[in-house]
Design a protein around this ligand. Structure first.
Ligand code: PRP
Length: 181
């Protein structure tokens, strides 16, 4: 599925730019881990492509787990409430945990998840987000690893959706609010 198949979509970051940045993030995470093991916790569904790429850029002994939350409904606006739909499969007590997100926006999701995961007493808990929208924050939270910091734009592609569509766009794209269904 290519971005140029859709009118009203504009590429913000190309697949090449994403790949280069993910490689840099992977190298940084590898360095910071100092050869220790890692549990990568992907936040479904949007983080799936980023986790898949980041995992292959991290040169450590890593396992995957996934959580799922809900905050956005089907449109562009957050409902404000975060609900845990799926919890971890395995406990992470004493482990190095890296939460992997596609986007840090209001911070509601990651604030909730951070508190939730810290209850299990991991050895370390870090956050990697591909995109960060610092101007849109409602909760005080920052990621340890940020791919790109962006203004308050609505983005789709590379895992991010609008009404569940467009997650499989290889590039990160912009869409105008009046985009027709
Ligand atoms: C999106 C995104 C983050 C969250 C960020 O997920 O993947 O998890 O919103 O927003 P916040 O910082 O304002 O909480 P969403 O709930 O849309 O689910 P999805 O990943 O399945 O698209």
């Amino acid at each position: 599925m290519a971005a140029d198949m859709h009118q009203n979509l504009e590429i913000l970051y190309t697949r090449q730019q994403i790949a280069e940045r993910v490689a840099e993030m992977g190298a940084q995470i590898t360095q910071d881990l100092n050869s220790e093991k890692l549990v990568m916790v992907g936040v479904l569904k949007g983080a799936a492509p980023f986790l898949a790429d980041l995992a292959r850029a991290v040169q450590v002994d890593a396992t995957f787990d996934f959580v799922a939350t809900s905050s956005y409904g089907s449109g562009q606006r957050s409902s404000g409430a975060v609900k845990l739909i799926k919890d971890l499969d395995e406990p992470v007590e004493g482990k190095n945990v890296l939460v992997v997100e596609d986007i840090l926006d209001t911070g509601l999701t990651l604030s909730y998840l951070r508190k939730h995961l810290l209850q299990q007493r991991p050895k370390t808990l870090r956050i990697a987000t591909l995109l960060d929208k610092p101007s849109h924050r409602l909760e005080k939270i920052e990621a340890d690893y940020v791919g790109f910091s962006i203004p308050n734009l609505f983005v789709i592609g590379y895992g991010m959706d609008y009404g569940e569509r467009y997650r499989n766009l290889p590039d990160i794209c912009l869409m105008t609010p009046d985009h027709p269904e």
